[in-house]
Design a protein around this ligand. Structure first.
Ligand code: FES
Length: 209
């Protein structure tokens, strides 16, 4: 378990400066923190609360609401097998059973080496490739039993490292050099826009009265 790294803290502060209410950055900051270890551990959530001047309970309350944020450890690869209607009709449940058998774990569990977690998923909007699945939100389909076995071997061997980063990493391309404009300029422009809006409202009110 770990608190946020200095780099993550800097990115978090940058995100907070983008919103009129810094609290709006909570979800993207949770994703940043999740990218560190693949899940949101309690220390990371406490650190987020500290930075954002929230309570740890508020961070946990938000994080536990969203399916993509995990407050329990998961494997390096989260395998989400769709069993919704198109996939169900094309062997989604059979694929899920095969996944359990191949990885020797039940749905919701993680392999002892920490590599794979399986979950049953609702429609992942890849219906024309049924039966399909996601690994860390990257799409694969249609997936036969043989294709699944190859996929597992490729992931375990690192052959897919360029396509499927570890769980929690949503984006590997980051803006270089922070904000394109200084945070003070963002704040000044926001204040000017607020003032202009208040003046328009006051003028409209004066016209009506
Ligand atoms: S039903 Fe499986 S992706 Fe839509």
């Amino acid at each position: 378990m770990a608190r946020l790294t200095a780099e993550t803290v800097a990115q978090a502060r940058e995100l907070m400066s983008l919103y009129p209410d810094s609290r709006s950055a909570l979800v993207p900051i949770c994703h940043l923190a999740q990218a560190q270890e693949g899940w949101l551990n309690p220390e990371a959530m406490e650190h987020i609360a500290e930075i954002m001047e929230l309570t740890p309970a508020e961070v946990l309350g938000t994080a536990s609401f969203y399916e993509m944020l995990r407050t329990e450890p998961v494997g390096r690869y989260m395998v989400s097998v769709c069993t919704n209607i198109a996939c169900l009709l094309n062997g989604g449940y059979e694929l899920l059973e095969h996944a359990e058998e191949r990885l020797d774990i039940s749905v919701g569990a993680t392999t002892p080496d920490g590599m794979f977690t399986i979950e049953e998923a609702e429609c992942i909007a890849y219906c024309d490739r049924a039966p399909c699945l996601q690994v860390n939100h990257r799409f694969f389909g249609p997936v036969s039993d043989e294709r699944f076995d190859t996929l597992v071997e490729d992931l375990a061997s690192g052959r897919l490292d360029d396509d499927v980063p570890p769980h929690g990493v949503l984006c590997r391309v980051r803006r270089e050099g922070g904000l394109a404009v200084p945070a003070e300029q963002v704040r000044a422009e926001r204040a000017a826009a607020d003032q202009a809006r208040d003046e328009r409202a006051a003028a409209a009110q004066a016209e009506r009265s």
